[in-house]
Design a protein around this ligand. Sequence first.
Ligand code: PTJ
Length: 249
Amino acid sequence: MVLREKLVKGFKEGVVVPEGLIAHGRGECFDYILGEETIAPALKAEKAAAAALLLARHPVISVNGNTASLAAEEVVKLAEEVGAKIEVNLFYRTEERAAKIREVLMRAGAKEVLGVEDATATIPELESERRRVSPEGILKADVVLVPLEDGDRTEALRRLGKTVIAVDLNPLSRTSRAASITIVDNVVRALPKIRAFARELKGYTDKDKRKIIDEYDNEAILKETLRHIKERLDSLTQQGISLNLLPRN
Ligand code: PTJ
C-alpha cells in the first residue's frame, strides 16, 4: 500500500506515467507470488551486481519515473557507495518529465544527474525514446543498472558490450532473460541489498570480486528463481491457503 501511494503521488506530480501504474500492478502480482521477500537466487544476483558495480570503470544507474518515485534516496546512496553516475532514462520521455525526475533525485541528495539536457547521444538500433542517452553516462558506461526496464534497451546495451544489471520482479520478461545479471526482487528491497553487499565487498581484493562475477551464472539463477516459485506454489497447494477467518453459519 505504501508503494502504491508513492506511485500515485508520483503520477499526480507528473513523475510517473499511467503505464508506470500498470507496470507496478504487474510487479505487485509477481511480488505476491515470491512471498514479498528477497529470495535466495536474488541475493546471489545482488552480490554479483555489487561486485560488477565496484569493478566497473564507468558504472551508471539508470532511473525512470517508477524508480524515482519508489526509491530516489536509495538510488543516491547506492551511487555514492559504488561511485556510480545517475542518469535519467525514460521510455515515455518528455523533457519536462526528465527535468522533474532530476529534481526528485536532487532533493534526495544527488549532486549530479545526467540524461536531461545532455541526452544528446543515441544508442544504435533502438527505436524508443530510451535511445537518448548522455555521452558521459550510459553511452560511456561499462556497467549499467536498469531497474524496471524494457527488453529492447537491455538487448541494445548488451549488443554494445555493456554489462546490464536488471531489477525486475518478472523472471520471464525479455529484460530478465536478456540481462547479464537479473535481480528478481522489488527495487525497494534490491537497492539497499546491493549497497550492503558493496560495503562488504570493499574489503575484498579485485581478484576475489572478479571471482564472484566469473562464478555467477544468470541462466542458473533464472532457473533457480522459477524453481523457487514452483516449490512455493506447490507447498501452498499442499498446505491449503484459505484464511478461514470468517465464522460459518
Ligand atoms: O518512466 P518511464 O517512461 O521510463 O516508464 C517506465 C515503465 C515502467 C512504464 C516502462 O519502463 C515500462 O513500460 O516497463 P515494462 O515493460 O512495463 O516493464 C516493467 C517491469 O518491471 C515489469 O516486468 C514489472 O513486473 C516490473 N516491476 C514493476 N514494479 C516493480 C518491478 N520490478 C521491480 N520492482 C518493482 N517495484
